[in-house]
Design a protein around this ligand. Structure first.
Ligand code: FES
Length: 71
């Protein structure tokens, strides 16, 4: 995969806080879930931050894994 094909969204997180990452791609607040998945087969993926940092939400494929190595 070339750098041009890498597709991720940065998300600033706070240690100990839970985040619900959109898996359906419909959220207006992407990469965070806003409930738009209600009529789909998708559900958000819970991510608990282990540090105050910025993570990369992967968008390389249909399933948006929380953290990827694209950054
Ligand atoms: S809005 Fe996409 S999983 Fe909730």
């Amino acid at each position: 995969m070339s750098n041009d094909e890498k597709n991720y969204t940065k998300l600033d997180v706070v240690s100990g806080k839970s985040y619900f990452i959109c898996q359906c791609g419909q959220s207006a607040k992407y990469p965070l879930c806003d409930g738009s998945h209600k009529n789909t087969s998708f559900s958000p993926e819970k991510y608990v931050a282990s540090a105050d940092t910025s993570v990369s939400v992967c968008g390389c494929n249909d399933l948006k894994t929380v953290v990827c190595n694209c950054a």
